[in-house]
Design a protein. Structure first.
Length: 145
């Protein structure tokens, strides 16, 4: 695993694995169900990924959107490729909604709705909350991923 995946708490935050990608629970939740979609490779530029990673990206995104649509009932979804601090290719996946959503003992408002997500208002998860929320999402993931 690369540095970015490790910094986002792998393996404790792992939700799903693919050949070229991992889906991790974002340890700071600006909205309920916020994820990190990270390339497994050491690439630090999106253009440096192997062609197979781009092909598999569609599958990972479909799974993310299907699971979050059911689990969180998002109204919009934001994919942010920031890569300023964490160098390897990754996206912050932020489900957006008006009001609040609840799961695994958490209740989280989307304080930025309907504008940009407010990453600074994120709920910092402790280890028990991380485990519960990651397990809740894993239980809804398509089989075999």
């Amino acid at each position: 695993m690369n540095e970015t995946i490790t910094r986002f708490g792998y393996p404790d935050t792992l939700v799903a694995e693919y050949e070229h990608w991992v889906v991790l629970l974002r340890p700071a939740q600006p909205t309920l169900g916020s994820l990190v979609l990270a390339a497994r490779s050491d690439a630090t530029a999106f253009s440096d990924l192997v062609p197979a990673a781009y092909q598999e990206l569609g599958t990972a995104i479909r799974d993310i959107e299907d699971v979050l649509a059911s689990a969180v009932r998002y109204e919009k979804i934001n994919y942010l490729m920031l890569m300023m601090v964490d160098p390897n290719v990754h996206f912050h996946v932020i489900p957006r909604y008006s009001g609040e959503r609840q799961a695994a003992g958490l209740s989280i408002d989307d304080t930025g709705w309907p504008k940009m997500p407010v990453l600074g208002d994120a709920v910092e998860l402790d280890s028990a909350q991380t485990e519960a929320l990651a397990e809740w999402l894993r239980s809804q993931w398509p089989s075999g991923r």
